[in-house]
Design a protein around this ligand. Structure first.
Ligand SMILES: Nc1ncnc2c1ncn2[C@@H]1O[C@H](COP(=O)(O)OP(=O)(O)OP(=O)(O)O)[C@@H](O)[C@H]1O
Ligand SMILES: [Mg+2]
Ligand SMILES: [Zn+2]
Length: 497
């Protein structure tokens, strides 16, 4: 019996557990069976592998072919195993030498003519391969993505070309690992937002401490404008964060835009989006918008228009920073640590409390509208700011421009660096215990907070959130100790004064 063994990996959330492809050839009646893959995937893979081997000009073996993808209890996804299966058959038939392959992994879907098609999830697979000290052979179209990892990357175009590479007659192209350059932020600039000093300040504080923020105001006052400018004032992602976020797009089979490397993602799902679109799902679990916003911003515009159920499902990632999708027989976990930015009108017509507008919404309708946003969600919002209609004169074309994103981003960067140096995470992300350690405050400050707790019956969580925001405000001011003015501003930013 002739045997060939190759390595690859499957996809499980952002994990990529190893899979061994064992091919056995023996005499007897011709049969071709693959064990360890779901049934339909097996059928399709067999057809592609046979077609590709024959059209590449190789003889398809006559006897029994048994392919085992192990471990058996691990769920495996589709086309990526075509290439190692085909190479295993060629290797076991002694048509292609397969020596010294114990440190190379193979990925690629075959077309019937032997060409190699791109597959999803090459980035997480390559990252895992790299930490195992393995090289990867990936479809050419996935090469750039794979080379973001430190694995040695060989580019595969066709079964014939990979065979020639293994036979040593023609070496496959390789890609060198080099981190992509970080280009200037592509988000629109803060200087275009006129007036709104309070909301701009709220965005700056939110950016500095990674706080969740809700903006309330009448139509056309700049809420969506402000939200879209948040990524432009946030500090860039670390290389590790950028790889995590890019892994999500890789799993979804999306081409990475390297001109945005290390820029924080900004996802703005429409309010008609389903819960599955938002948090992910499907029988073959796929990440949703909340995961695509990982390490960046999830913007929910027109918050009360989202269904209550959709908002409820966001509680899990907001608390844990990740999402678990459970399906019969398996569980996939995707990271989803995003900063929530939400915007809404004060009432269904939008003009409640506006100086010029006349709102005719009944108290019931207003209560119903606001009631759509559940208490637990509001409890997870650190900053709540009103965005009123800006005074006319600040909209004049000759009115002085406001500060640019670059200037604000620099203050945000300094404040964030203080937080990272002190506790290793932003103020919104540190544990309550760490908060106790870093939130050294004056006696006057505590008195202010206690008065607010009494007056507004603050929950313990809300109490912590105010302290986190106060800590961030002190960081923006470069102060070691949280003082009364910082606490007062934090309370004002939750409309608790
Ligand atoms: N503060 C502002 N400075 C400059 N332009 C503004 C401002 N507010 C609104 N605009 C102009 O109005 C347009 C609409 O603003 P935006 O979409 O941000 O409003 P909104 O507050 O989100 O309204 P809605 O509640 O209807 O969603 C902007 O594209 C911009 O041209
Ligand atoms: Mg808007
Ligand atoms: Zn109204």
């Amino acid at each position: 019996m002739n045997v060939a063994i190759l390595m690859s990996r499957t996809q499980l959330g952002v994990q990529a557990p190893p899979v061994t492809i064992e091919v056995f050839l023996s005499g007897g009646l011709p049969t071709f069976s693959i064990v360890g893959l779901p049934e339909t995937a097996v059928r399709e893979s067999k057809d592609r592998v046979r077609g590709a081997i024959i059209s590449s000009g190789f003889q398809f073996p006559q006897g029994r072919i048994t392919v085992n993808l192990g471990p058996a209890d691990l769920r495996k996804t589709g086309g990526r195993f075509d290439l190692p299966i085909a190479l295993g058959i060629l290797g076991a038939s002694r048509l292609v030498p397969l020596q010294a392959l114990d440190s190379t992994e193979f990925y690629g879907e075959l077309a019937l003519n032997g060409e190699i098609r791109p597959v999803s999830g090459t980035l997480p697979a390559s990252l895992h391969a790299a930490s195992a000290g393995h090289a990867v052979v990936v479809p050419r179209a996935n090469g750039v993505e794979a080379s973001l990892s430190s694995a040695e990357v060989f580019l595969a175009d066709s079964l014939l070309q990979v065979s020639a590479h293994l036979a040593g007659t023609q070496r496959a192209d390789t890609l060198r690992h080099s981190p992509p350059p970080v280009l200037p932020a592509s988000a629109p600039d803060m200087c275009e937002v006129r007036g709104q000093p309070l909301a701009r300040r709220a965005m700056e504080v939110a950016a500095a401490g990674e706080h969740n923020i809700l903006m309330i105001g009448p139509p056309g006052t700049g809420k969506s404008m402000l939200a879209r400018r948040l990524p432009g004032i946030l500090p860039p992602m670390s290389e590790a964060e950028a790889l995590e976020t890019a892994s999500i797009d890789s799993i979804l089979g999306r081409e990475l835009d390297l001109s945005l490397w290390r820029q924080r993602p900004f996802r703005a799902p429409h309010h008609t989006a389903s819960a599955a679109a938002l948090v992910g799902g499907g029988s073959d679990p796929r990440p949703g918008e909340a995961s695509r916003a990982h390490n960046g911003v999830l913007f929910l515009d027109e918050l009360p228009e989202f269904s209550r159920h959709v908002l409820e499902v966001l509680r899990e990632p907001m608390e844990t920073g990740s999402l678990t999708i459970s399906r019969v027989g398996r569980q996939a976990e995707f990271p989803a640590r995003f900063q929530l930015v939400a915007a809404m009108n004060p009432c269904p017509c939008g003009y409640l409390g506006d100086v010029a507008g006349d709102c005719r919404c009944s108290a019931d309708r207003v209560a119903n509208y606001r009631g759509k946003i559940s208490g637990p969600l509001l409890d997870r919002v650190d900053i709540l700011v009103t965005v009123p209609r800006p005074p006319k004169d600040c909209l004049r074309p000759d009115a002085p421009l406001a500060e640019s994103s670059a200037v604000v981003a620099e203050r945000v960067r300094c404040a964030r660096e203080l937080q990272l140096a002190r506790a290793g995470a932003s103020n919104a992300r540190i544990s309550s215990r760490e908060l106790e350690a870093v939130c050294d405050a004056t006696a006057e400050c505590w008195e202010l907070l206690e008065r607010a707790v009494d007056r507004f019956a603050l929950s313990a969580r809300a109490h912590h959130r105010v302290r986190r925001v106060a800590r961030t405000i002190a960081d923006l001011a470069g102060e070691k100790r949280v003082a009364a003015p910082h606490m007062a501003e934090a309370l004002a930013l939750r409309q608790l004064l």
